[in-house]
Design a protein around this ligand. Structure first.
Ligand SMILES: NC(=O)c1ccc[n+]([C@@H]2O[C@H](COP(=O)([O-])OP(=O)(O)OC[C@H]3O[C@@H](n4cnc5c(N)ncnc54)[C@H](OP(=O)(O)O)[C@@H]3O)[C@@H](O)[C@H]2O)c1
Length: 162
């Protein structure tokens, strides 16, 4: 798989969500997510899709994984990883955007991660899979202190699989 990336924001304990929602709203992170994914293909689990307030994200090819026979507007639904790989074989960049179960399915396959580390402990019910930082080289690291628009300090990483 070429140009497959994960994009995720994690807390201190790899936490990513609770009650099918995010744990924080960090405007700089939402902006970064939009900039990186716009014009590209995004792959997500059915629960993450259903957590989106307005359905499919605009200006992106939206792909959802589900075992159910579902139809959503402006969205393709596939029931296996193999189907997603086949359907995206001509796409330049594909971003796996969550949630936990879909990160689990793809983490061994992606070669890049856009990871936001939020410097806080959160009460959560879903977690990013454990991964070994020593298998990843840091291409970019950008620390952002907390401020008026950002409730939590965080670090934007771009990681490349070694
Ligand atoms: N912090 C972040 O960066 C971030 C990013 C995204 C999401 N999240 C959070 O993560 C949470 C959702 O994660 P989640 O793990 O509960 O759900 P999810 O991964 O979004 O969706 C799970 C669903 O995906 C489908 N699925 C999973 N594996 C599949 C497979 N092998 N084949 C076919 N379909 C498959 C199933 O749908 P069916 O049940 O329909 O078969 C499953 O119920 C929410 O709290 C969300 O806010 C956080």
């Amino acid at each position: 798989m070429k140009n497959w990336s994960i994009i995720v924001a994690i807390g201190n304990n790899n936490e990513i969500g609770k009650d099918n929602d995010l744990l924080w709203r960090i405007s700089a992170d939402l902006k970064r997510f939009k900039t990186i994914t716009t014009g590209n293909t995004i792959v997500m689990g059915r629960k993450t899709f259903e957590s989106l307030p307005k359905g499919a994200l605009p200006n992106r090819r939206n792909i959802v994984l589900s075992k159910q026979n579902l139809e959503y507007e402006n969205t393709e639904v596939y029931s296996t990883v193999e189907q997603v790989v086949e359907a995206t074989k001509d796409d330049k960049d594909v971003f796996v955007i969550g949630g936990a179960s879909v990160y689990e399915l793809f983490i061994s396959k992606v070669n890049k991660m856009y990871l936001t580390q939020v410097n806080e402990d959160f009460d959560a019910d879903v977690f990013f899979p454990e991964f070994d930082w020593s298998e990843w080289s840091v291409l970019e690291k950008d620390y952002v202190d907390k401020g008026e628009k950002n409730q939590f300090a965080h670090t934007f990483y771009i990681l490349n699989r070694i």
